[in-house]
Design a protein around this ligand. Sequence first.
Ligand SMILES: [Zn+2]
Length: 270
Amino acid sequence: MSFSYREVLPDVFHIEDAMGVCMTLLAGRREAWLLDSGYGLEDVAAFSASLTDKPVRLILTHGHYDHILGASWFDGASLFEEDFGTAEEHGGESWRRRALDAAAEKGIAAEAVPYLAAELPAWNKLEEKTLSLGGLTVQVIRCPGHTPGSAVLFVPERELLLTGDNWNPCTWVFFPEALPVRAYLRNMREILGLPFRRVLCSHSGGLHERRELEDFLGGLTEERIRSAEPVDTGAWLGIRTARVEPAAGMCLVFDADKAYKEQVNDAKGK
Ligand SMILES: [Zn+2]
């Protein structure tokens, strides 16, 4: 199998699949949680089971295809109910074909027939709660933004925040299901109230410092949002996207029309 991984902190394994999308295994003494499942071109359940001798439960940060399609290798998966619709759509044939096209572009061999036919498990409702996996505690937090049902996780023993796609050095908040940019920012700024020092995200292979997320959120001023440059996101036709650079080497791409409506509604006090 072509997964790679690093134990970035004790009992915290950041795994990357052949397509370059990351997931994280939190290996507790009683049970392990795999956060996200990648594109699922290969058996991510077998790979994660090779890193721990405890049962592995699959938790999904949100319903996008590059996070959920690997769930076909598991008997069950939990995500926030608000993303069930997105997961239903992204589990469908057109998104699987998109994944196969992306694999072909990268020169990755994939067996199309079983991949298109693979059954996904029924989605279980994820709850906001704090649970002990044995030695590692996980706080599950609802943080709408990238999608309405986006989850972030906090692991106090490792002072670690896991953001899924709600924050990457280049963050996308422009899909049809994404929240308007200011609502996303409000929700993410609340997360800064947690005492984390490090961050893991889905599209970057290593640990990030808290300061990077602070710089990102702090750099997204109202002035910068209003003067964001239009950007062509190619495949996502029909959405007028804009791009901001809140800090060196980082970017946020959002739906400019949704942001304008939000600005008007905020001005009306709605
Ligand atoms: Zn996503």
